[in-house]
Design a protein around this ligand. Structure first.
Ligand code: GDP
Length: 297
């Protein structure tokens, strides 16, 4: 995760120029904005978004009255922070579930991203909210995937549909799983993260999507990735048409998730959850404020 930790570092050191300055003038503000632009563009955040954001920072830093109790420096730092949060979509979007029908969630992502673990975590999250989740194991390539999800499902007492005989296609499993788990409020479908070849994987995701017609496709991304996060996001989006949201895993370690920020910008989908550990309860709704604090911290 060199890239992403660098993003936070670069922005922090840009802000330090303001913190350490004896005098903050327009010239310094412009210089710092340039540094922030450079940091974001290096981290692959969409150039247009970066310029829009920097214009907004500049306008606010120069025109806004300094709020009571803040120094000019603190005010500018606050503005930068707020605009970064805005880049992520301020409020933090929630997973919308319709209690009047069965909701189908399709999880996609590369092997090792934490998809299977996240499927169980999501089931647990939904269960805690008083709805009945069901799990479908549609990864037929990774030998242990079914057993892994089965163990997790048993642990949280959630019904699982899968194919132990290994004779069905992922599309058949998904279709039959939906039939089988008709009574559950929310179905979470775990899919493969590796195929014989990458195009095969992406083609399969498209086929599964066409069969199950999901209410939301969630892309699972390893939070320790840098630049690759963006490329993965783009590949999956191109394959399935639209990604509803992103779940960023492994943010319990030292990774700060800067790569995920690039993915957000690339496919224009919000992060809705973050994974903060290996246990089924280690899932949190995304909080943009917390994310940026961590990125810059
Ligand atoms: P999949 O191949 O995408 O299905 O990935 P898995 O769910 O098998 O996860 C891969 C590895 O990452 C496993 O060892 C998981 O325990 C671990 N993992 C998944 N999510 C998290 C997380 O949020 N934090 C940490 N520390 N580990 C995670």
């Amino acid at each position: 995760g060199i890239m992403l930790d660098k993003l936070g570092q670069n922005i922090s050191s840009a802000l330090n120029k303001i913190k350490n300055a004896t005098f903050v003038d327009k010239k310094l503000i412009k210089e710092v904005i340039k540094d922030i632009q450079k940091a974001l563009i290096q981290a692959d955040v969409n150039v247009k978004l970066v310029f829009k954001m920097s214009k907004e920072i500049e306008k606010r830093a120069i025109n806004e009255d300094i709020p009571k109790g803040l120094s000019k420096k603190e005010h500018i730092i606050k503005i930068v922070y707020e605009e970064l949060v805005k880049l992520l979509g301020e409020e933090g979007q929630k997973l919308e579930l319709n209690p009047k029908k069965q909701n189908i969630i399709l999880l996609v992502g590369i092997q090792g991203s934490g998809k299977t673990t996240s499927a169980a975590k999501l089931a647990r999250y939904i269960q805690k909210r008083g709805l009945k989740p069901g799990l479908i194991a549609a990864d037929i390539y990774r030998p242990a995937a079914y057993q892994q999800l089965k163990q997790l499902a048993e642990k949280i007492h959630v019904p699982l549909y899968g194919d132990e005989t290994k004779t069905k296609t992922p599309m058949e499993i998904a279709k039959e799983g939906i039939k089988n788990l008709k009574k559950m409020d929310v179905l979470i479908i775990d899919t493969a993260g590796r195929h014989k070849e990458e195009t095969g994987l992406l083609e399969e995701m498209k086929q599964i999507k066409d069969v199950v017609n999901p209410d939301e496709i969630i892309l699972v991304i390893d939070g320790t990735l840098g630049q690759q996060a963006k490329n993965q996001a783009k590949a999956f989006k191109d394959a399935v048409g639209e990604i509803g949201s992103i779940l960023v895993t492994k943010l319990d370690g030292s990774a700060k998730g800067g790569g995920a920020l690039s993915a957000v910008a690339e496919i224009n989908a919000p992060i809705k959850f973050i994974g903060t550990g290996e246990n089924v309860d280690d899932l949190e709704p995304f909080d943009p404020n917390k994310f940026i604090s961590r990125l810059l911290g």
